[in-house]
Design a protein around this ligand. Structure first.
Ligand SMILES: Nc1ncnc2c1ncn2[C@@H]1O[C@H](COP(=O)(O)OP(=O)(O)OP(=O)(O)O)[C@@H](O)[C@H]1O
Ligand SMILES: [Mg+2]
Length: 230
């Protein structure tokens, strides 16, 4: 796959305003705050990293954005309900007794692709890019964690979401592969203007990233800005 977009200081042209706006959001589990006073705006077409130590609230924030948890405090707005959201969270949601390829085909949609051929070509391009094209006949239950993560990501990309929410999508991948994941997200972000919100611990990745990150600490948003200042 040609990804002329690399990890560099390529400027994004953001138009269309905010897709998410959160105002003083609070989430409690058993009376303990997982998120507290979170105010955040995410622009359409932005790539945003969420970082912070374990337990800081990254997954909880992604679940709020995905509409899986309703906050009892503050205001949450998803400003364009027509936008199609896809998530790649820790559960991956792959069908265990099916092959990797069969799982990828779950993203086939007549409304997006003109033909199965077009879908297959795109699928092969992504799989070649990640060098997993010769492993697609494996059953999910036979695949290792890294391979499963890549398939879950490719399946998400094949559904051509307008918003992609990712929770540690590279936790089982080495840095080289993690950078490829970033490269492909940068590519779809440029091609389809996909808004990507990505929670990660991976410092190598954050160091290379040229956009905005937010840093959570004990449920509070303590930094929002350029990655180089963290
Ligand atoms: N469903 C839940 N029930 C009870 N407590 C929860 C639940 N989900 C999260 N928490 C708590 O909320 C806090 C934030 O958790 P969260 O999973 O969002 O952190 P995280 O930053 O994603 O951590 P990690 O890096 O380990 O994935 C933690 O104290 C966690 O124990
Ligand atoms: Mg988490």
């Amino acid at each position: 796959m040609q990804t002329e977009v690399g990890i560099s200081d390529k400027k994004k042209f953001l138009e269309g305003g905010d897709i998410f706006s959160l105002e003083n959001i609070g989430i409690r589990f058993e009376n303990k705050y997982a998120l507290k006073n979170i105010s955040l705006k995410v622009s359409k077409g932005e790539i945003l990293f969420i970082t912070g130590v374990s337990g800081a609230g990254k997954t909880t924030l992604l679940r709020v954005l995905a509409g899986e948890i309703k906050s009892s405090e503050g205001k949450f707005k998803f400003n364009d309900r027509d936008q199609f959201i896809t998530r790649v969270f820790q559960d991956l949601r792959l069908l265990q007794d099916q092959t990797l390829e069969e799982n990828l085909w779950l993203s086939f949609d007549n409304f997006i692709y003109e033909s199965k051929r077009e879908f297959k070509k795109e699928m092969q391009n992504y799989c070649r890019f990640f060098s997993i094209h010769e492993m697609l006949n494996l059953k999910v239950s036979e695949a290792n964690g890294g391979l499963k993560q890549q398939v879950a990501l490719i399946r998400a990309l094949l559904s051509r979401p307008q918003v992609l929410l990712l929770d540690e999508p590279t936790s089982s991948l080495d840095t080289e592969k993690a950078l490829k994941v970033y490269e492909i997200l940068d590519f779809v972000n440029s091609k389809y203007r996909t808004t990507c919100i990505w929670a990660t611990h991976n410092r190598e990745l954050i160091k290379k990233f040229n956009g905005r990150i937010i840093y959570l600490d004990k449920g509070k948003l303590i930094y929002s800005g350029h990655a180089c200042f963290i």
